[in-house]
Design a binder for this molecule. Structure first.
Ligand code: C2E
Ligand code: CA
Ligand code: CA
Ligand code: CA
Length: 279
């Protein structure tokens, strides 16, 4: 996999790993961050090719550390997962993102949905669905305006439990997207066993189209698979005109990437949507 982001290179956790007890130090710092509201969400638009407008937005976590500045999620999500801090963190993300969606609507920014990244620890936790429904109700947002992004590896952990949880989400209108599609070690069987709505084609396949014939073939195959299973495709990490042109030709439904916008702060997002040239 070309895009090996997770852990490893993260300077912040490396610095801390030289501390007496890396995990404990990071865990404590993260716990503190949650309590002190040092976390924030940035938002990246998702553009629909046919409707030619921004239909959705993905919420991405950041840690605004008082000394170290903005820390990317690859540096703290894995630790949050190891320490189960992902549970309060994930709940915070859901509340923040859904509340933000509500306030955009109130300002006349009409998106179809807000998408949140969800880890397996959250999904398999009893009460996960009820927790989400409670937050939706609190903000008066319907389930169909919420999208959950899960990786293939999460779905492979326990297909039966997964099916039960995803079915309940689906019953509430909540949509389910497979994140980083094609990078996990999984069979494709789950695609017909689980109520899935979208495939997000991983950036590692998108970055070298249209030049790399292998990547072109992979993208074409994923889009064809999605069509035959009646799933929506979203390409991640679209940066160039040439990539956009290729993906449009392939019939990919939605695009997301720096070509349109980096993830931006909530305050900037409403203006970005209003000024988006395709609208
Ligand atoms: P992801 O869900 O695959 O998110 C896409 C990542 O690609 C984001 O990185 C985004 O900023 C970046 N990206 C978007 N467009 C482009 C592009 O055109 N070019 C390039 N080079 N990169 C682009 P980010 O925000 O650093 O997030 C990294 C990962 O951290 C996410 O990958 C997701 O797996 C995880 N993550 C972020 N927020 C959360 C969260 O609240 N909960 C959980 N469980 N995971 C999260
Ligand atoms: Ca994602
Ligand atoms: Ca992704
Ligand atoms: Ca990714």
């Amino acid at each position: 996999v070309k895009d090996s982001g997770r852990d490893g290179y993260c300077k912040f956790s490396q610095d801390l790993s030289e501390a007496v007890d890396e995990r404990l130090a990071l865990e404590n710092a993260l716990r503190h961050a949650l309590r002190e509201e040092q976390l924030e969400l940035h938002y990246q638009p998702v553009i629909d090719m046919e409707q030619r407008r921004i239909v959705a937005v993905e919420a991405l976590s950041r840690w605004r550390h008082p000394e170290r500045g903005l820390i990317p999620p690859d540096c703290f999500i894995p630790i949050a997962e190891d320490t189960k801090l992902i549970l309060p963190l994930g709940e915070w993300v859901a509340r923040k993102a859904i509340g933000q969606f509500r306030s955009w609507r109130d300002q006349g920014v009409m998106l179809d949905c807000v998408s949140i990244n969800t880890s397996g620890i959250q999904l398999f936790r009893p009460g996960f669905v009820e927790g989400l429904l409670g937050i939706l109700k609190e903000y008066g947002v319907e389930g169909r305006h919420l999208q959950i992004e899960l990786t293939e590896n999460v779905l492979m952990q326990d297909v039966e439990v997964c099916r039960a949880v995803l079915t309940r989400l689906r019953d509430e209108g909540i949509r389910i997207a497979i994140d980083d599609f094609g990078t996990g070690y999984s069979s494709l069987a789950y695609l017909k066993q689980l109520p899935i709505d979208m495939l997000k084609i991983d950036r590692s396949f998108v970055s070298d189209v249209p030049d790399d014939p292998n990547d072109c073939a992979i993208v074409e195959a994923i889009v064809a698979l999605a069509y035959s299973l009646d799933l929506v495709t979203i390409a991640e990490g679209v940066e160039t005109d040439a990539q956009e042109f290729f993906l449009r030709q392939m019939g990919c439904h939605r695009l997301q990437g720096y070509r349109y916008s980096r993830p931006i702060a909530a305050g900037e997002f409403a203006d970005f949507v209003k000024g988006f040239p395709w609208g």
